[in-house]
Design a protein around this ligand. Sequence first.
Ligand code: C2E
Ligand code: MG
Ligand code: MG
Length: 700
Amino acid sequence: MPIDIKKDSLQLALKKLKARESVMHQLEAIASLGSWEVDLKTMTSTWSDESYKIYGIKKGTPVGLNTFYSLLLPQYLEDAQKLLTKAIKGKELSRFNCQIKRPDGAIRDLLINGRVIEDAISLKLIGTTQDVTELSTIKKEAQELSELLEHSSNEIYIINSQTLEYLYVNKGACKALGYSKNELMKKTIKNINPYMTKYQINIIKKKLIHDNTVLNRTIHQRKDGTQYHVQSYIYKLSFQGKDAVVVFDTDISEIIALEDEHRKQRKLIEYQAYHDPLTNLPNRVLFQDRLQQAIAHSKRNDEKFALLFIDLDQFKKINDSLGHPIGDKVLIETANRFQQLVREEDTLSRLGGDEFTIILKNIKDEKNTATAAQKLINSMKKSIEIAHHQLHISASIGISIYPDDTDSQEDLIKFADTAMYKAKDEGRNNFQFYSIEMTKNAVKKVIMENNLRIAIEEQQFQVYYQPQYDAKKEKMVGMEALVRWNHPHVGMISPMEFIPIAEENGLIIAIDEIVMQEAMKQFSKWYKAGLYPGKLALNLSMKQLAHNHFMTYLKKTMKACNFDPLWLELEITEGQMMQNPEQSIKKLQKLSKLGIEIAIDDFGTGYSSLSYLKKLPLHKLKIDQSFIRDIPKDSDDVAITKAIIAIAKSLNLKLLAEGVETQEQKEFIVEHECNFIQGYFYSRPINSDDMEALLKKQNQ
Ligand code: C2E
Ligand code: MG
Ligand code: MG
């Protein structure tokens, strides 16, 4: 039995050994690791299964050191033999990297480790062979890749996502920026990208959460301070265990310059498409566009605009006789002159040839437009001097008004064109509205305005005086000064014709000042001569009263003329006074304090509120002549006149009736206790000589 036991335990030990061997084989296979041993006494070799596999030799084939040497690539043979000799002597084999060529021709990279073991019965060299071909390929590739990165002409950076410090910079980056690697590694992206803001960095970081790649443009600053544009491709990655990004930057300065150039060229082409090359003015295309805009804008804002169609008179003659280059210069000069007269919001265009158009936006009435047209015509009065030629050129202008004439774009142009031909027919060098009515009005107003200015300069105004009577006593108590315009060609022009226009354009201020000076001077003289002219009633425009300098001017004039404020009465029409009653109260109180009396002119034609009448520092109401005209026949006028008389009484105001022409009217008025009368019944307005004669007669 003991024998059996021994046999059993031996079998068990063998079984265990076999099992272990099988595990070893599997481990070797997993690690691509083959084991081997060389008996240095018999020089026989034993290879594990994995070793056969690594060397590409069929399992079980007898092998020895020579088998190994024969497979080794020749350049490794000498080193291998030296190492073996050294190993036997030193009893160890250092790591040996080599390459073999397997019988199937495949070249493999091997790593061999070994050591010598010696005991009583044997001297062995044992070791392992590892096939590291894959590993070295990866290593080689990695090395090649990093070389590639390093020598790439692109700038490549690896940046710590948290600290924004550089973890790696390549040669290309150093070269582009002018820093050494050491210097650059100490910088942060803030130093290199001076314009990059925190906000931009955050945007890139946010994008990188969702995308692996982000494209960005930035500006780099070199060590010498110069700058250039770069395009960056940014990738997320992990580098040396840190969250990082790799940035590939390409200098795109040239591309940017090219883009700029393209943009400029595009703009130029666009500009050329919409502008006339000769005058640089908008051309027909842009004009049509602006006209469309003007219609839309005016419709939205309920405004009017005017379209002026301008054609130079007899331009063709200049072109034909002096040649196109001179014609061109005339057009340029004309464009310049017109351009100086249009406001920024208006559009002056050249449609071609000698045709220009102007869109005058937001016009208030035909007078503004006519004034503008007249200015354009006047601007051509000065001759144009080109190459020793003195050229006299005029312009004819046609005007259509949106929306008065039409709201159609096409018709506006057609109508302005038609009006322009009308201007040519009228003898050129003038403007015409499409609507005949407007032309008449505008011309009248423009002519009137021009002439009024001349009248002020040339002192064409005279003061007439109309007496005011106390009807009960049949005595003259004062007079109203009334302006007369004695035009050198036309003769006397009624204030009814020019006062409303002068009110509109502000010339009334100058006119009233002339009348005031003249009348005060005259009054002073009469008082001095002992003629007792009573009160001087002056008509005053609210515009004048509202003027800041009016009080000073009034006092100065009174003083200069030796005129006593107690002689003065100022007439303001009811309509004007009630336009801004609060302002009137303030201004009139100041006058009243000087002892000047205030009368409401044309009373009954405006809309007075009784409460304001009470507050205003008034002395007199002048019943408008329109109510007097038909009394006592017209019962309405009788009723109104009676009511006005009642108001004056209750407010304790003096009352004067204007426009009394007949005995009947006078009697009715006096009967109803209105004692003051002004009208043709007593006298028409007369000049100062006639008035002086009247005063003298009365004082006899
Ligand atoms: P007003 O101030 O109401 O002047 C009275 C107007 O009635 C005067 O007209 C006068 O000639 C006219 N008139 C007087 N009595 C009669 C009459 O019995 N029958 C008729 N039919 N008319 C009569 P005039 O001189 O043509 O002045 C017209 C208006 O022009 C004046 O009306 C006044 O508002 C304004 N005006 C005249 N001179 C001046 C001035 O120097 N400055 C200002 N701001 N306005 C003035
Ligand atoms: Mg008056
Ligand atoms: Mg009046």
